[in-house]
Structure formats: C-alpha cells, structure tokens
Design a protein around this ligand. Sequence first.
Ligand code: PEP
Ligand code: MG
Length: 587
Amino acid sequence: MALEKINNRVMQGIGASPGIAIGQVRITDRSRVVVHERAVAKEQLPEEIERFRTALDKAKEDLKALKKQLAVDKGEEHLYVIDTHLLILEDGMLVKETLGFIENDMINAEAALKKTLRKFQAFFAGIEDEYLRERCGDVETVVERILRIMAGKFQESLNAGEGQSIIVAHDLSPADVLQINKVKVIGFVTDLGGKTSHSAILARALEVPAVVGLERVTSEITDDDVLIIDGSTGLVVINPDRDTFQDYLRRKQHYEYLESELLKIKDLPAETTDGHRVVLKGNVEFLEEIPSLKNHGAEGIGLYRTEMLFFNREALPGEDEQFEIYSAVVRAMAPQPVTIRTLDVGGDKFVADLNLEDELNPALGLRAIRLSLRQPEIFKPQLRAILRASALGKVRIFFPMVSGVGEIRAVKAILEEVKQELRNEGITFDEWIKIGIMVEIPSAVIIADLLAREVDFFSVGTNDLIQYSLAIDRTNEHLSSLYEPLHPAVLRSLKMVVDAAHAAGIDSCICGEMAGESEYLPILLGLGFDELSMNAVSILRVKKILRRCSKSEAEKLVARALKFATAQEVDLFLKKEIAALFSESKV
Ligand code: PEP
Ligand code: MG
C-alpha cells in the first residue's frame, strides 16, 4: 500500500553529527534478519555447530577484507571499529554461549545466537551509563553480520544510488558509516541509535550530518520524499514547503560559510592580538576521532581517555593490545604530542570486568588512580604499554583523580619500577617522558603548590572539579542548573592551580568541557592557562575568539570577575564585556 505523502512534517531525533543536509531520500534495507527457532536432532548437532563456525569464519574474513579496503580508501585511523568487531567475533563468550545453546537446547544456530544476544542485551540494559549501554550496539551489529551470512542475505552498498541522497535506515552499523562516500551520501537518519554509538562517533569523525534515534522514520518516509536534516538540533523535515526549504537552505549556507571561515584560521597560530600563544589540543577516546582533530588544527592530544579500551570485555586488554592501540594513536597524531591518561574508571564510568564491589557512593569510592594503585597487575601493563609507545613519538602521561602528594609519589615509584624493567629487557622508551596529574579534586587545588613540585604539568578536569567543589553530581540532570563553572569557588580554584603551576615553572592545562566553551575563553586566557584541550569541533571556535582577544585585557577582565560573589553576577559581567569586546564584528 502506498503511503500518503506527508508534507512539511517535522520529526525530532537526536543530533548525532552536526551540519545540514537537504536532498532526496534513499531508503536502505538494513532490517534485521528474522530468526525462527527450530529443533535440531542430536545427530545433526555437529553439522549445526559446523554451520555456525563456518559463518563465524566468513564474518571474520569479510571484516578483514573490509579493513584492507578501508585502509586504502580512508586510511588507518578509522579501522579501530572494525577491530572492535573482530574482537567481539573472537570473544570467547559469544561463541561459548551460542555453542552451549545449540547443544543444550538442541536448537538451530541462528536461534542460539539470538539467545546469546538477548543475554548480552539484558546485561547492558542494566547499565546506567549511556555510553556503555550503546556498546551493546557493537555486539548487535556483529550478531547481525553472522545471521546475514547464515541467511545468505546480501546488502547493497550505501553509495549505490544515483546522484546524491540522504540515507534512511532502521539502523546503520559502524562499518556502513565507514564506507560512506560523501559525494554520494550527504547525510543519514536512522530509527535507532544514540549520540555515543560508534556509528554516531564515526559520522562526526567523517563530518557527515546525521540524526539518529527517530524511532519510526523508516515507516514515515518513502523513496521519493525530500528531506532536510539538521544534525545539530536533531530536526528532520519531510517534504519541506517552499518557505521551510528556503529557510534551511539559508541556514545550510550560513553553517557552511561559518565552517569554511573557521577553516581559514586552521593553520594560523592560536595567538592573541598582543602576541600571546595558547596551545589548543583535542580530547579523544578513539583512534577514528583523530582525522577530525587534525582537520580542525589541533596541536596535539591533550587528553586521551584510555578507559574506553577496558569497557565491555570478558578479559581486560593486555600490555601488547594496549601498546598496539596507543602506538596507532601516537603514529596517527605524529608529529604532534599525545597526552595519555591512565585508567579512570569508577564513579560514573563502570567496567564490569573489574568485578568492583558495589559502593554506596561510587563518585567518592575506589576509582581512577586509587584503583590503579590498588591493582598493580592492571596498572603496570598499562604503564609499560604507554612507555613503549613513547619510543614512537611525543608522549606525555598523566594520572586521574590525584588527591595528594602521597599518591603521586606512589605512582612515581611504580613508574620507576616499570622503567627499570623495560631497561633490563632492552626495550626502548622516552627516558624523559613528562608526567602530570589531573587536578580535579579540591584537595589537589588547595595543595597545588606541593603537587607542582612532583610533576611536569597540571591538567585541570573541570568536569569533576566542579562536581566535587560544589557537591553537584555531574550526571544528575535535575541539578544541572546548580552546576556552575563560573561559581567564584571554581574561578578561585582555577587561579590557584595556574598560579601554583607557574610559580613552580610547570605548564597548566585544562581538559574539562569548560576549555571548549568559547564564552569562557577570555577568563581562561586571563587566568593564564598555557594549554586548552577540547573536542574537535570547538577548537576553531575557541581559536577564533582567542585571536581577537588581548592577553592583557583578559587579565584585567579576570581581576574584575574574581571580585563578584555569585556565578550569575560573573556571567552577567562576562556577557556584557564580551558583547563590548566583539561589538564591531560578531563571532
Ligand atoms: C574532567 O573531569 O574534567 C575530565 C576531563 O575527565 P572526565 O570527564 O573523563 O572525568
Ligand atoms: Mg574527571
């Protein structure tokens, strides 16, 4: 039955990758393989198991072939996702559980695999953290690949359509997104997905506009519809009327103009009008984010969060596996430096494999560096892997949630032991590797002068520093209005950290979200931070403002801002000052 044509209908989804696309729809059937359970006689079980194993092998072969092809087409940086899927395929649990269902329940391989998937899904559904929940999507993608092989189902390439199109799909796997040719596919929308799914991360990294989580978009749209998608707001307009079309065309042109204007300053120095340089770097969690960082002129990685490697696994990653990934990041970013943070789990970042006990108050529990010091069998391989990677490029290492001098001294003692082991084994590493700490606990701020004698740099984690200073849970949406980066206590803390760092002659950086919010730039500049690290898309916006500021004016602004008693007063003052500062040409 033909669907009635819907005109100018707006749907709200999740903006997964910014940018506006306007174009013809191409619906692609990425629908799930339908699985029916059937009983298998005992004597046919070996055959069923063989069928499953053959499909597994074929899935591995396909992924390896895809990896080779993508390495040629798109370069090494994005291949991490394919590796994740290969790891899932090789994961003992997926295979063991499925074989168990085939043999014990005496059912077909497809149904057994689905049962295994349901077990995984039930486990992931209980996880609060959105990012971690989304990792289940990777397992689903892999299971779907195996099921398609068993069903002999072939999938048409997303780039196959004539002319340019916006892909509409129930879901897209990361491998699908990786294969997108931007000349043919100008954007995509899906029923499923969240902001932190691998597909969304890749869409951002490849800079393809995308809206996900629309729930019913595939059933509302037909192939001859025209769509507008706004990847920043998550809005999708189906068959826009003339005015809406014109309006979005203007917005698209404006967005592209701003982006192209920003790109013009990509290679210009991050320098104020009075000649002061601030280093602008990027925060990453995945290798595939690096091309986007480079496109936005990052001068290195200021925060590489390694905990993502530890999530959702039966066994924790060993030294060699970590070394491979760290070296890939170092190579991909070379010659720019990479600052690697050791494992920061606990609190809102939960790793099932570590079998951590439930804590009444995890944000104040056994987390981050406390955990690493308690479990050297996890900490030491990570240090060894980072040190080994330091032989391949510029690497700095830093430690999360340090609260006092005792902790950093204990860390340094272990680091020294590990260095000695490597020397004894004749393994090269950077003997002069710089070490730093995240300053994100109020005690570290108060004794910043003492800590500054122990390390080569500070990096302020404002996300946690604000949480712990104001006693506001950073993940509690009901308290978000009380989460105040401009709270006088926060501003004073930032000042204490920079002053202590500079008095000791070490660098002061910020890698919390505050660094990427351009309205705070004049304050951070005036306070004297040497380095700001943020997500890729913020870098040029921050640079643009920085290039219009003068350091001496920013210092005067900070002196005045520090006199206010409330965050609201500081905010109002800042808005007025910034408006005056940029009155001739708006940013
Ligand atoms: C921070 O706390 O500001 C930070 C950068 O670390 P994370 O967000 O990973 O806790
Ligand atoms: Mg933190």
